[in-house]
Design a protein around this ligand. Structure first.
Ligand SMILES: [Zn+2]
Length: 306
């Protein structure tokens, strides 16, 4: 799969079509998900998990249900209704970093189909990819349409564990130091992906975190929903009481300089980072985010993926 993709049709496909998020470790970009011939399956209320290891699929099914409830409560203040059919989760266990793809079909403002693929070590799947992808499902069912990419990926990262947060904090610190960030007015309407994908995702994470820390999750969702409909300047005035996205940009950079950059990388914050899940330990959990280079990439595969 190609790390770059053509996303020119994204806005045009809001009401119908298929969307997916895709978040791969670098090592896995060229790997296609493959059905494991010896796979076993387990069914929970809202998921059916397929994978090669009985213990792992049970852990994933249990945690998927738990996260689905906790993340919906944190973001929406209420649980999601039971899904009409279980979301399939296909697991591919490797020794490495986690990656994930969740594909959605939307029709007339609602999700009509969804499926999830997860790859990596069991520990990274449970602590990183699964909470990230479950957050995509909560947003998809809330909006009934794809969120703007910067907000969707940025906010989903806030469900991941300390290690991933630390990596994102280091990415955004480096990005701002080298002045590689985009004006928010450009980030908000970004439909094609820049060469600096790491920076794009890192900025999405930071801006999402900033907005949630100053205004909470509910306001963030309303801002994002309105931004695509009434324009980002109007949405900024309505929800953050600033004249336009240029002033919001200035406020974000000030927050980063005065608040975020002085924190320990990976530091949790109750208003922004979800931490709805308890990270599960494994033999490699002592590794730091610096040990591996991971990219959050978009695929140019069809159907459009989110
Ligand atoms: Zn994602």
């Amino acid at each position: 799969m190609d790390a770059a993709r053509d996303d020119q049709d994204l806005r045009l496909k809001f009401n119908a079509g298929r969307f997916a998020s895709i978040c791969f470790g670098v090592f896995a970009i060229c790997h296609a998900f493959q059905y494991e011939a010896e796979a076993v399956s387990v069914r929970s209320r809202n998921f059916i998990v397929h994978g090669p290891d009985q213990n792992v699929i049970h852990s994933v099914a249990q945690k998927a249900e738990d996260l689905r409830h906790k993340i919906a409560m944190a973001w929406l203040g209420k649980p999601l209704p039971a899904w009409p059919k279980p979301c399939p989760i296909q697991l591919k266990l490797t020794g490495g970093e986690a990656g994930g793809v969740t594909s959605f079909s939307f029709d007339q403002g609602r999700v009509t189909d969804q499926e999830m693929n997860l790859e990596g070590s069991a520990e990274r799947i449970l602590n990183s990819a699964l909470p990230h992808e479950i957050t995509h499902t909560v947003f998809a069912w809330h909006f009934g349409a794809p969120m703007p990419r910067w907000a969707d990926e940025g906010a989903c990262m806030l469900s991941e564990d300390h290690r991933e947060l630390a990596r994102q904090d280091e990415i955004i610190n480096s990005l701002i130091d080298r002045k590689g960030h985009m004006p928010l007015s450009a980030l908000f309407v970004m439909e094609e992906y820049p060469k600096d994908l790491l920076g794009f995702y890192g900025q999405g994470y930071s801006v999402s975190r900033f907005l949630i820390e100053i205004g909470g999750r509910d306001r963030f969702l309303k801002f994002v929903g309105d931004g695509t409909k009434i324009g980002w300047d109007t949405a900024t005035r309505r929800h953050y009481n600033l004249p336009d996205s240029k002033e919001l940009d200035r406020a974000w950079r000030s927050w980063h300089r005065v608040v975020a950059s002085r924190r320990t990388p990976g530091q949790l914050h109750p208003e922004s980072t979800l931490a709805a899940h308890k990270p599960q330990q494994s033999a490699n959990s002592g590794e730091t985010g610096k040990d591996r280079s991971v990219i959050r990439a978009q695929s140019d595969d069809s159907p459009v993926r989110r």
